[in-house]
Design a protein around this ligand. Structure first.
Ligand code: MSP
Length: 528
């Protein structure tokens, strides 16, 4: 159980504004949004942060290529693309941080000064390969060689550049043993297990000090004691998780109180490509500042196209809009959480999306809801009948609800979104089977059976009430509507997960209204 004095605090990475988002980025945000909505539905205090990473050479170069200053370019992309995509995918973030905001830049400078004063930042010289796509200093062993003998970044398949500069270093090497000890004592702090193992073997090979400033361009936060240098973009970016909630502010100030209430973050959701930054550099920075470490870094897999990471630079990016325009935001969220095991790579395909949409959402859940609403309309004038004596079939649905709610809770809290969804889907399938077997349309033929008919329809409706709660974090719009149409609001119920499996919450006599089709039939896109 989460500590009530502290909010459940989850972050997404902050996204580079070198280009517009694609569904790989939306995937990370949806996972974070589902997890935080789940905790909110359980009545917990939650803080969900996302935002944009705006400094560094990658953003600077794309701004130049577009004939704008980096700030103008960042402002434009944030306003035209990164904020709108949150609405497209229905993300309910509590804050949106931009690394060009004064609240961030000031706190970064203060943090840096503190680390320098404590002797954790020293002057040095760097020479070695750098990938601007990753914004990362690479080790020779990280690179691949192409036919022309060039050294390429394995993620971007582009040649690395040689950086040769005198700049400021964070003494990362001093933290190797402390990090190993921390992770040995807290194996749950990096998940899934494959990510944990990757980080441990990287740590065991020893860490080098990290260059944390650059002198050859000026798009970044100025190093407070050395205006000839700007802060290395990752050192700046990682700090967003703490600057956004008041890092270093006076404990009696608003920022200081916010920090006490949120820090440390419970979960940093990241893609596997940026795991080392989060599980090695970031905790070392926090250790140096004597701050508590995040509860967990969860590294998810990539959305692949043709076996490779989907990316705009390789022109394989698909926009969230193109999918949401076809199936809506709820189905978008459902599809990615349901089809891909969180923590593993997965391929997106339009065929799979349409097939699951049609069978699981339109035919499975949508049809169950509309049939039930129609039957209450036809046989009971749209008013929920009271149940009378329950039979074994009714009771076994009630028992199944209790077990699937517990399983879904356990799975989702442990990042098994697919497992959580499948548990709820098992219940939906069972309710559909119940309808088929109980044949309410046959029962309705004899007036002597009105009580039994009422019990069947009540059982279906109260099941739908529970489904609208259990799927609320995954499909907030459709489930919010179902909750209303099934009479939960008129029954005076609170939309919360606690007590979801308690049977018989809908009040007999409330109006059951027919909704617009929740998951209308879709025309197959031309690309199929
Ligand atoms: N700016 C850094 C993160 C700094 S966090 C302190 C960054 N930005 S990014 O825009 O390149 O990527 C952000 C997130 O999107 C990463 O978690 C990355 O894994 C995710 N994805 C980008 N393409 C992706 C796929 N094709 N598939 C799944 N996620 C992908 O890195």
């Amino acid at each position: 159980m989460t500590d009530p004095a502290k909010a459940f605090y989850l972050t997404t990475p902050i996204y580079y504004v070198n280009d517009a988002p694609h569904i790989g980025h939306a995937y990370t945000t949806v996972a974070g949004d589902v997890m935080t909505r789940w905790h909110r539905m359980a009545g917990e205090d939650v803080w969900f942060l996302t935002g944009t990473d705006e400094h560094g050479q990658k953003v600077l170069r794309s701004a130049e290529a577009n004939g704008l200053s980096p700030q103008e370019w960042a402002d434009k992309l944030v306003a035209d693309a990164w904020i709108p995509v949150l609405e497209t995918i229905d993300a309910a973030n509590d804050d949106f941080i931009r690394t060009t905001q004064p609240r961030h830049m000031e706190r970064v400078q203060r943090f840096l000064t503190q680390l320098k004063d404590q002797g954790f930042i020293v002057e040095g010289a760097y020479e070695g390969p750098y990938c601007v796509g990753c914004e990362e200093f690479k080790l020779a062993g990280d690179l691949i060689t192409n036919d022309a003998g060039e050294q390429l970044c394995p993620i971007h398949s582009k040649p690395v550049e040689t950086v040769s500069e005198t700049n400021w270093f964070f003494v990362l090497s001093q933290f190797t043993d402390k990090l190993i000890a921390h992770y040995e004592a807290n194996p749950q702090a990096i998940r899934p297990e494959s990510a944990y193992n990757e980080v441990m073997s990287f740590l065991r090979s020893g860490l080098q000090d990290l260059s944390i400033s650059r002198s050859t361009f000026d798009w970044g936060i100025e190093v407070p004691w050395d205006p000839s240098q700007v802060v290395y973009v990752w050192f700046d970016a990682l700090l967003n998780y703490a600057t956004a909630v008041g890092l270093g502010d006076d404990p009696s100030s608003e920022g200081g109180k916010k920090f006490a209430h949120t820090w440390p973050a419970d979960v940093h959701v990241v893609g596997k490509d940026i795991l080392r930054f989060h599980a090695v550099i970031w905790p070392a920075m926090l250790m140096a500042a004597n701050l508590p470490l995040p509860g967990c870094v969860f590294a998810h897999g990539w959305l692949l196209v043709g076996g490779e990471k989907m990316s705009k630079s390789k022109l394989t990016g698909i926009s969230a809009d193109s999918i949401v325009n076809l199936v809506g935001s709820d189905a978008f969220r459902y599809y990615f959480m349901r089809a891909i095991i969180f923590g593993q790579d997965g391929s997106f395909s339009w065929e799979d999306l349409v097939a699951r949409y049609t069978s699981e959402l339109a035919n499975g859940l949508g049809n169950l809801a509309s049939r039930s609403q129609a039957m209450v309309g036809k046989y009971f004038d749209g008013l929920l009948p009271a149940p009378s004596e329950y039979t074994a079939a009714d009771l076994s649905l009630q028992e199944l609800l209790a077990s699937v709610s517990a399983i879904a809770d356990e799975k989702i809290r442990n990042f098994d979104f697919q497992g959580g969804i499948l548990a709820v889907k098992d219940f939906i399938d069972a309710v559909n089977l119940y309808v088929t077997e109980q044949e309410p349309w046959v029962v309705a033929k004899d007036e002597a059976n009105t009580e039994r008919l009422g019990t069947i329809l009540y059982t279906i409706c109260d099941s739908l009430r529970a489904i609208s709660v259990l799927y609320a974090a995954i499909m907030p719009k459709a489930m919010g509507q179902l909750w209303e149409h099934i009479g939960a609001v008129e029954s005076g119920l609170t939309y919360t997960m606690s007590g979801v499996a308690t049977w018989g919450q809908l009040k007999p006599g409330v109006a059951i209204t027919k909704s617009e089709s929740m998951f209308p039939r879709i025309e197959e896109p031309e690309s199929i």
